[in-house]
Design a protein around this ligand. Sequence first.
Ligand SMILES: [Zn+2]
Length: 271
Amino acid sequence: MTFIDIPEALRPKNPPKTESKPSQPSEPPKPSENTSGKTDESQWGYDLYPERRRGASRSLTDVLTMTKGREELRKMDCERGVYRCIKESPLVRLMLGALKSSGCAIDIRRHISCEKCAPNVSGGFDPILNQVVICHNNTFKESAIQGVLTHELIHMFDYCRNNLDFKNLDHLACTEIRAANLVHCSFVSAWLNGDTSIFKFRDTHQYCVRNKALSSMLAVRDVTREQAMEAIERVFSKCYNDLEPLGRRLRRNSLDMHRAFQDGYYYGYED
Ligand SMILES: [Zn+2]
């Protein structure tokens, strides 16, 4: 079983030193091996989503502390937030249109699920069930739901369009680079993280993308930092420059999100 996600609090404290390594633009992603030899579910991030593998049960402690009641309210809030994003967010609507045009139309009740996850995990994409998970215990604001939803929908889009194998480290690196590039290292990340620094495009943006992709990979794969960084460098140029389906890198405090949505019509993506 495999899972990919974006745990916010598991980001590395030290920035990755990736500048010295040359990228290889002409190299297609190659299969890479996980050398740990482990086969348990935690290797693929599955243990970060407890409700996926065992039914949620109500214990006496839950009843006495009303924990379950609070969780159900959070789940409902999360579902309402998802619904609003689908109705109102140009980014989410563009992604849904792109998925539909690529033959992977989604039914929000079947393909998007609000669940309780491990601490510090915001969301994930389960390619086995073709389902996006929003972690209602860690994602509260609608802007955060929009960021997580768009990020995971990019994984779903890549899975639909490119037949991704998430156990292949280069494939995982590529889709995490794309999600960081198209969503998180932009104004959405500013909402999520309260980051007010001004991005100087190119170097700062690419550094942000490498850093986000690395932290996402390390959180859910039992690989070393070096293995993850090598995979990122192998595919960086190819995947950083693949801007489908948004067609542009979104900039903070700009109209890019709305422009991307409008341009979606010209690319043939349906609303
Ligand atoms: Zn991701």
